[in-house]
Structures are given as C-alpha cells and as structure tokens.
Design a protein. Structure first.
Length: 185
C-alpha cells in the first residue's frame, strides 16, 4: 500500500509525548511513501519520554500548530504519553485542528492517551474507539463506545491502547491514510 503524494501531520508536545508512539507511526507512514510534518506547540525541538518518566530523544518541530490548517494535510497522527497528551489537549489551536480533521472526514490515528484530544475536540459521540484503559470513562461520558481491543477503526478514526499495539496501529494507519477521506456516516 502506498502513501506517495500524501501529506501526514503528526503532533508532538514539548516534553511528554511517548517516544515509540511518535517514532513508529511516523516511520510506518514515511516507509509507505508519505511526507510527514511534525507539528508542535513551540519551535525548535521537542523531547519525548519513555514510559512517561524516562527521557527519550529530541525531535525537530517542522511547523507550529497555530500556523497550519487541516486543509494542508491528508491525515493526522496523535501519539500518546500522559503528559504530552495532557499538554496538547489544553491548547485551543490543537483542539481546533483535531476537530477540523474529524469534521472534514480525514483519517486520524490516536494511541494511548491521544484520544483525550478527540474527547476535547467533541469528536467521539457515537464513535467506536479504544485508548489507554484509564480514558474509558472520559470516552463513555463524551458519548463514545469504548472497547478493550488492540486497534479499533471507525470511519477513518484509528485508535489503539498502548505501545504494545503499535504494529496493528501502524498497519491500520497506513491502510486508512491510503483510503483517504471518509464521508460522514
């Protein structure tokens, strides 16, 4: 499956994004031929974490979230990490961007604590998804249907629970990004 010609955005928080949930999906879509743009809250580099507590690597931020539009991209990846996802969901520009992707029917992948952003963007009502187990109540309260599965796909929305699910998550991301926009159900 090829993603040649596709432009995919991936979010990164300043200190707190879970490294494997950033690195592996990015690598998977690049290997499939996509161009990936790293979107952050601050310019420069952002440091990831491993297991929420241990420092990970530093990665260049290509563009600021405040300076982009969903129209520029074919899909969005939302990595997890408790601290990173919490920082991202507190930013109005991030939430507006996530909502724009969902409202446009563009594919979005969110793993672990990443679905918090979907809750904040009011994008889970009536949708089926999974996440890190502690988000179950948030998703249910937002009107979503939560299940404990390695990957759940609902009209272009791809969600997974944790780094152990990355192989299935990455495969479904590539598949959904290749399919492209999904019309509202």
């Amino acid at each position: 499956m090829t993603l040649a010609g596709k432009n995919i955005a991936i979010l990164i928080a300043p200190r707190g994004t879970e490294e494997p949930e950033f690195v592996q999906p990015r690598h998977a879509v690049e290997q499939a031929g996509a161009t990936v743009t790293v979107l952050g809250l601050e310019s420069g580099e952002a440091q990831t974490n491993n297991g929420d507590l241990d420092p990970g690597g530093s990665y260049a931020v290509d563009r600021l979230v405040a300076d982009v539009s969903a129209d520029e991209f074919d899909g969005l990846i939302i990595p997890g990490g408790t601290v990173g996802a919490d920082k991202l969901r507190a930013d109005d520009d991030v939430i507006a961007l996530v909502a724009a992707f969902i409202n446009d029917g563009k594919p979005v992948g969110a793993i672990c604590h990443g679905p918090w952003l979907l809750v904040e963007a009011d994008a889970v009502e009536g949708r089926s998804l999974t996440s890190y187990p502690t988000l179950e109540t948030d998703i249910l309260n937002a009107g979503g249907h939560w299940s404990d599965e390695e990957v759940v796909v609902d009209q272009g929305l791809v969600t997974s629970r944790n780094p152990d699910d990355l192989p299935a998550f990455c495969a479904k991301l590539v598949e959904e990004f290749a399919e492209g926009r999904h019309e509202a159900a």
